[in-house]
Design a protein around this ligand. Structure first.
Ligand code: ABU
Length: 380
């Protein structure tokens, strides 16, 4: 049945079919989380972000990020896309469970980290792996409740909440004051990440959807048990594939600044510092997927202050349909490459919001895209 803006339907099988309905995050009440093992492991030892924990981000930075996010939402609406926004909880609230305590939470700018829309008609809340993000799903509950009321086929699912005891992390190794990038790269190559295999852990932003196939990055935020949980959760005709991108990423979190599918078979843009290893390329190459190096970021550093993401948010783009892609306005090399690859580029200004949780892919979560379940990997 054709899409209608008057009727809510939750459905999205992949990263590229025509986008009709999306959630765009907000910067409201975003906090700089207190120290905790998963977060410490993500911040380089020599970064001025070390020791800067705690408290609400300055209001003027929240206002600026919200201005950009509101403009992005308006741009999407002007193209006929329905846009919903989360309702921020009070992120200054501490989180105490029988297993851990943290003094504050994070925010609701990146819905992509939390919500995984798979096929018709499921939206799955990820386990998350940071203690400060344990309750982040609550920011999206008003929307998910609304979808549940309006779409009789919507399945609102939540993965088992992890306990996040100290057994979930690898101290003292990853908490050492001076690990150094070389050691981190060595560990990443050995798949020795900050998270252990104590229980299933995954962030939704480690998953890419290719119709019946899900491609999932094993790294800091998603462990092998998390990937196995996804495998057992989805019906047997779904296939779940584990990928890694060593060497090159000393802090592997989230696949969406590393591997970006643009259109079916197929074109994928891959971070040249985090190339998919030869032995993992077979499934793509056998099925007509071309993997090309992404253009260099336009910036040498992430935008200050206190941005947890890398400069590779340049390739954290939002595909609106197989011919159209949103690219951050200052990322001129990425835009130029997209143009050469035959994509129409929609420029979106977002850089001043990066510190709140990421780029254009991070700050959105699909509710509805056209298209149905396809097998893009018939030759496996
Ligand atoms: N959420 C995407 C961040 C990935 C990166 O920092 O490269």
């Amino acid at each position: 049945m054709a899409w209608s803006p008057d009727k809510t339907e939750v459905k999205s099988w992949n990263e590229w079919d025509t986008l009709r309905h999306v959630i765009v995050g907000r910067a409201d009440d975003c906090h700089i989380p207190p120290e905790e093992p998963a977060l410490d492991a993500k911040v380089p030892e020599d970064s001025d972000m070390r020791g800067q924990w705690g408290g609400r981000r300055p209001q003027e930075t929240i206002d600026r990020a919200n201005e950009l996010l509101d403009n992005f939402a308006a741009q999407l609406r002007a193209r006929g896309i329905r846009v919903d926004r989360p309702v921020s909880i009070d992120h200054s609230q501490p989180v105490t469970t029988p297993d851990f305590h943290t003094d504050s939470q994070f925010g609701c700018m990146p819905p992509r980290d939390v919500l995984l829309t798979v096929g018709g008609h499921e939206m799955l809340e990820a386990t998350m792996s940071y203690r400060c993000r344990w309750f982040e799903y609550l920011n999206y509950r008003p929307l998910l409740q609304k979808y549940w009321e309006e779409d009789p086929r919507f399945r609102h699912e939540a993965a088992p909440k992890p306990r996040l005891t100290d057994a979930d992390y690898h101290p003292p190794d990853y908490l050492s004051e001076k690990i150094g990038v070389e050691k981190r790269l060595e560990w990443a190559a050995e798949k020795f990440f900050v998270t252990t295999e104590e229980e299933p852990l995954f962030d939704a932003a480690d998953v890419l959807r290719f119709g019946r196939d899900l491609v999932v990055q094993h790294g800091f935020t998603t462990n092998l048990k998390g990937i196995e949980w996804l495998r057992r959760h989805f019906p047997p005709d779904h296939r779940v594939h584990t990928v890694n991108f060593p060497p090159g990423d000393p802090y592997p979190i989230h696949i969406d600044a590393t591997f970006t599918p643009l259109r079916p078979p197929g074109l994928i843009v891959n971070n040249p510092q985090r190339r998919l290893p030869e032995e993992q390329r077979g499934m793509f190459e056998k099925n007509g997927w071309e993997i090309v190096d992404a253009a260099q970021p336009a910036h040498n550093t992430p935008p200050p202050p206190l941005c947890y993401s890398s400069t590779w948010l340049s390739m954290n783009v939002l595909v609106l349909d197989p011919k159209t892609v949103c690219v951050e306005k200052s990322e001129v090399y990425q835009a130029e490459q997209m143009d050469k690859l035959g994509m129409e580029v929609v420029e979106v200004e977002l850089r001043d919001a990066y510190a709140f949780g990421g780029g254009l892919h991070c700050c959105t979560a699909d509710v509805y895209r056209d298209g149905d379940c396809e097998d893009y990997f018939p030759n496996l």
